[in-house]
Design a protein around this ligand. Structure first.
Ligand code: CTP
Ligand code: MG
Length: 221
């Protein structure tokens, strides 16, 4: 089966607060984008890659892929205002005969073959999507604007969901075509009535949100 990866890197990185987009923040010596790009390119599970870059940053993204020798990169397109729009932009470059699509956040640099295999394998059982997740360990409370606890939320069955997320290509296309701005692709598939499975994620798939996250991940490299 042919697996196309869409690497979404088009966010502004407002919470990181640098003067360039998060994908081009330095992780060690290289831009953050380099790490997930190299890892997806080296994965035997991935046949081709579409990079979704911030508008105006397509050229630096293509140059980076060339420098790294990432031969699987098929296209680089500009993203949209929301993550869902960026995934839609990436999907336009995925050919009709692609079987599965793997959507991954560039902000989660430490993607590995083990988790890629875990999300792709159940697609053969007919799932509409497979996502990695970690069971929530902390006690959860809903808190009002004044800092007052409104309620303690039962933790049973709650998972924090990560990427890479795997979908049959036609399912993802149809789900995203119905619009909406779910914060992950599985949310769009669920909203369209799809059945999504959660498999074990990886704590090292931490998403870079703040400068502390960058430092933590740099130490794990
Ligand atoms: N993303 C994207 N297009 C958008 C928004 C987000 O491609 N319009 C991507 C980001 O580049 C990132 C992933 O989706 O790889 C997860 O988004 P997030 O961590 O929220 O990144 P940013 O939106 O860049 O950060 P912030 O919300 O702090 O601005
Ligand atoms: Mg964001």
């Amino acid at each position: 089966m042919s697996v196309w990866a869409i690497l979404v890197a088009a966010g502004r990185g407002e919470r990181l607060g640098l003067d360039q987009p998060k994908a081009f923040a330095k992780l060690g010596a290289d831009p953050l984008l380099a790490e997930p790009l190299r890892r997806l390119d080296e994965s035997p599970w991935v046949d081709a890659i579409v990079v979704v870059a911030p508008a105006g940053w397509e050229e630096p993204a293509i140059l980076l892929a060339e420098e790294l020798g990432c031969g699987k990169v098929s296209a680089c397109v500009a993203g949209g205002d929301s993550r869902a729009d960026s995934v839609r932009a990436g999907l336009t470059e995925v050919p009709a005969d692609a079987v599965a699509v793997l959507v991954h956040d560039a902000a989660r640099p430490l993607v590995g073959d083990d988790v890629i295999e875990r999300v792709l394998a159940p697609l053969a059982e007919g799932w509409d999507g497979v996502v990695p997740g970690l069971q929530v360990a902390d006690t959860l409370k809903r808190v009002g604007g004044d800092g007052a606890v409104a309620e303690t939320v039962a933790r049973d069955g709650l998972w924090a969901v990560q990427t890479p997320q795997a979908f049959p290509a036609d399912v993802l296309r149809r789900s995203l075509a119905s619009g909406g701005d779910a914060t992950d692709c599985a949310g769009s598939v669920e909203a369209a009535g799809g059945r999504v499975k959660v498999v074990p994620g990886d704590p090292r798939l931490l998403k870079v949100t703040t400068a502390d996250d960058l430092a933590k991940i740099a130490a794990w490299l």
